[in-house]
Ligand binder design. Structure first.
Ligand code: F0G
Length: 353
């Protein structure tokens, strides 16, 4: 039978009852692709979990389908979230499909264009604030406490429930958990979800447990430095977060699994971003590449040794943020006259040098 979406496929592991609406955009079942060149170069067995293949182009769809279904089940008509872009795109899409009103609060000027375009097209009510994600989250939390509005940020436990299914898929594909799971950390919901997923699957199917390797951006590395970053800054705008809501849970995931939470610089992130596209044919968004940047770092400093099996989570699609791709490449448009001989001559001439 063809794939039916997360709520049906993993219903035994999710808070799904007879009264839970079976909404879906057929999220999940994303590819796990071998990173052939990286594996050969470093003597490891590395894979990427391509979460950008979800319906709105990020892992958020896993949590959102669950949160939205429960919101409807509980009689809610309106959902709200703060977002660096992907959560809002996902919330707006599922709200549109289910017929709910969606309100999103985003940091002005720090949202990748593709994500904003999605929220606009799905018909969300968009409020752009002169503040960062952490400020926006404070506002929506307060509003959701006061009003009959459902908060669909990852502090909503149903988001974590849905997102844990990615860990199930990794185990289903590999036959067991990998030795290491490298993952970008922003608000820290996803690392929390994966760890919950690996533990539950291990209990049910003895799939084992990975070491959880979380990577924050250096300009927003609150957990690494154990202090709030008042003015977080990074080119990976998706993880431009200075006070992660699931901070404690991320530390628990790290400590229980024997993993680490480390940081990667913008330069390291961009290097991994370009490397993935040009060597493996995988275009992930900049913040996503923090997982692979973290793997490179861990291989170089010996935290991850040769022979290990590693899965890197690539959380969002590169097409979400075309501007960063153009800005960080040496691409210069070469416009030629529409003259066959001249075009051919130019191409051949270029090939020689
Ligand atoms: N990668 C991408 C592409 C993201 O959009 C996010 C978070 C993360 C990684 C980090 O995940 O927050 O669970 O630790 N984006 C949120 C948003 C904050 O609003 O879209 P996390």
């Amino acid at each position: 039978m063809s794939w039916q979406g997360l709520l049906k496929e993993y219903k035994d592991f999710l808070p799904v009852s007879e009264t839970t609406p079976g909404i879906s955009l057929l999220e999940g079942k994303t590819p796990l692709i071998k990173l052939g060149k990286l594996s050969a170069e470093f003597g490891v067995e590395a894979y990427a979990k391509i979460e950008g293949a979800n319906p709105t182009g990020s892992f958020k769809d896993r949590g959102m389908v669950m949160a939205m279904a429960k919101a409807i089940e509980e009689g809610s008509h309106t959902v709200i979230c703060a977002s660096t872009g992907n959560t809002s795109a996902s919330a707006a899409a599922y709200a549109a499909r289910a017929g709910l009103r969606s309100i999103i609060v985003i940091p002005e000027g720090k949202i990748a264009q593709g994500k904003l375009a999605q929220a606009v097209m799905y018909g969300a009510e968009i409020y752009s604030i002169k503040g960062n994600f952490d400020d926006a989250l404070k506002i929506v939390r307060k509003l959701a406490e006061q009003e009959d509005i459902t908060l669909v940020n990852s502090i909503n436990p149903y988001r974590i429930e849905g997102q844990k299914t990615a860990a199930f898929e990794v185990c289903d594909t590999l036959g067991k958990a990998p030795d290491y799971l490298c993952i970008p950390v922003g608000n820290a919901g996803n690392i929390t979800a994966y760890w919950k997923g690996f533990k539950e699957y291990n209990e049910a199917n003895e799939t084992g447990l990975p070491k959880m390797m979380g990577f924050e951006a250096s300009g927003a590395a609150a957990i690494v430095h154990n202090r709030v970053f008042e003015n977080p800054e990074t080119i990976g705008t998706a993880i431009r977060i200075g006070n992660p809501a699931s901070w404690t849970q991320a530390v628990t995931a790290r400590d229980e699994s024997g993993g680490i939470i480390d940081e990667v610089t913008d330069e390291e992130m961009i290097e991994a971003y370009r490397w993935l596209a040009s060597n493996e044919g995988i275009f992930a968004e900049p913040a996503s590449s923090a997982s692979v940047a973290g793997l490179f770092k861990s291989l170089k400093n010996g935290t991850i040794s040769q022979g290990s099996q590693v899965v890197c989570v690539l959380t969002g699609n590169g097409l979400k943020d075309p501007q960063t791709a153009i800005d960080c490449s040496d691409f210069k448009p070469l416009v030629l006259e529409n003259d066959e001989a001249f075009v051919i001559e130019t191409i051949l001439g270029r090939k020689k040098d």
